[in-house]
Design a protein around this ligand. Structure first.
Ligand code: PLP
Length: 372
């Protein structure tokens, strides 16, 4: 079945008791036991399972080509569960350019807890190979990366990880299952902040881990979900499942618009550099073309001048909203360095754009007047 059909139908069934086509939201925290003590419908308590969460997990499995999924209350909680499924003394390799929250989780919480972390430029497979140690258990991939849109060769990193008996995990938030399928390239786990494109409307926080196999490691993640309790609420799952139905069409439009904006910016005299993997001059373009179906709706650019010029441009936009986050229907502009805190290595003249679903000509006009 094609992805558009899966997006509409996976995890969805007409409600058997009422015939309702849109799924009911099951808010009940608890479920009745039979006289013999069993749970006739398979549900016992909301933290363990819930029909809306189950539907979302099933849908995401099908979209990514995995066998099991676990939905969490945020992308960060999903990421945390993977790290917590490791043991103190285990080592991971993580990218130097990654979602700042992931780096912060590692630095502030998991290194003090006992994980060992080597930060490496994942776009250079040789340095990844050289960073492998006896206790390396996991390699973290985020591609395209945040905020520099660096492209990591997923297949190569999977090979390196598996030769070292380590897992390869891919944060696929930016590409979405429509743009890229890491499990089909051999990755062991995929993680998404569903807060972004999957929800798609800037109104829900959530995360998910999807696994290639139902193994001991995934069972640990599932136990962390149930017992740790950072689960996605029924309404949040319902919203994300609803968002996913239009995801293939939204991603095509986000990508089309982003390519037009990237082309405009790359020719603009006030722009120093554009980071968008869909541009042929992007250093990761060829790898991106070999592993992505769509280049996505995110791009960054550096203005000529410093932090002040970047702020001045962001201050002048009319259609773009000055806000963090991404993946909504509306376009965002963000001065990323000032959002990332003191540890940031992001250039001060860099602005990150989440390209929405407005008409691309309006977005280009807006940037043109702001850059002037
Ligand atoms: C937003 C984001 C996260 C974190 O997700 P939350 O839902 O905000 O916790 C993780 N990875 C990437 C790439 C993101 O963009």
């Amino acid at each position: 079945m094609q992805i558009e059909t899966l997006a509409v139908h996976a995890g969805h069934r007409v409600d058997p008791t009422t015939g309702a086509v849109a799924p009911p939201i099951y808010l009940s925290t608890t479920f009745e036991r039979s006289p013999d003590g069993s749970y006739p419908h398979g549900y016992d308590y909301i933290r363990s399972n819930n029909p809306n969460r189950e539907a979302l997990e099933e849908c995401l499995c099908q979209l990514e080509g995995g066998v099991k999924a676990a939905a969490f209350s945020s992308g960060s909680a999903a990421i945390m569960s993977i790290f917590q499924a490791l043991a103190p003394g285990d080592r991971i390799i993580a990218p130097t350019d990654a979602y700042s929250g992931t780096s912060q989780l590692l630095r502030d919480i998991l290194i003090p807890w006992g994980l060992e972390v080597t930060f490496v430029d994942l776009t250079d497979p040789t340095s990844v190979e050289q960073a492998i140690r006896g206790n390396t258990k996991l390699i973290w991939v985020e591609t395209p990366s945040n905020p520099l849109l660096k492209i990591t060769d997923i297949r190569k990193i999977v090979d390196i990880a598996h030769q070292a008996n380590a897992l390869c995990v891919c944060d696929n938030t930016w590409a979405t299952p429509i743009g890229q399928n890491p499990l089909k390239m051999g990755a062991d786990l995929v993680v998404h902040a569903v807060t972004k494109y999957l929800g798609g409307h800037s109104d829900v926080l959530g995360g998910v881990v999807i696994s290639q196999v139902d193994d001991h490691f995934f069972q640990k993640i599932k136990a962390i979900q149930k017992t740790g309790g950072a689960v996605a609420s029924p309404f949040d799952c319902w919203l994300v499942l609803r968002g996913i139905k239009t995801l293939p069409y939204r991603m095509r439009a986000h990508t089309e618009n982003a390519l037009k904006v990237a082309n405009f910016l790359s020719k603009h005299p006030e722009v120093e550099l554009v980071y968008y993997p869909g541009l042929p001059q992007h250093p990761g373009h060829e790898i991106a073309a070999s592993q992505m179906h769509l280049f996505g709706g995110m791009l960054s650019f550096q203005v000529k001048g410093g932090r002040d010029k970047a702020f001045a441009v962001a201050a002048k936009v009319q259609i773009f909203t000055r806000a963090t986050s991404l993946g909504g229907t509306e376009s965002f502009i963000e001065h990323r360095a000032s959002m990332e805190g003191t540890q940031t290595t992001t250039p001060e003249n860099l602005l990150r754009l989440s390209i929405g679903l407005e008409h691309p000509d309006d977005l280009i006009d807006d940037l043109a007047q702001a850059l002037y």
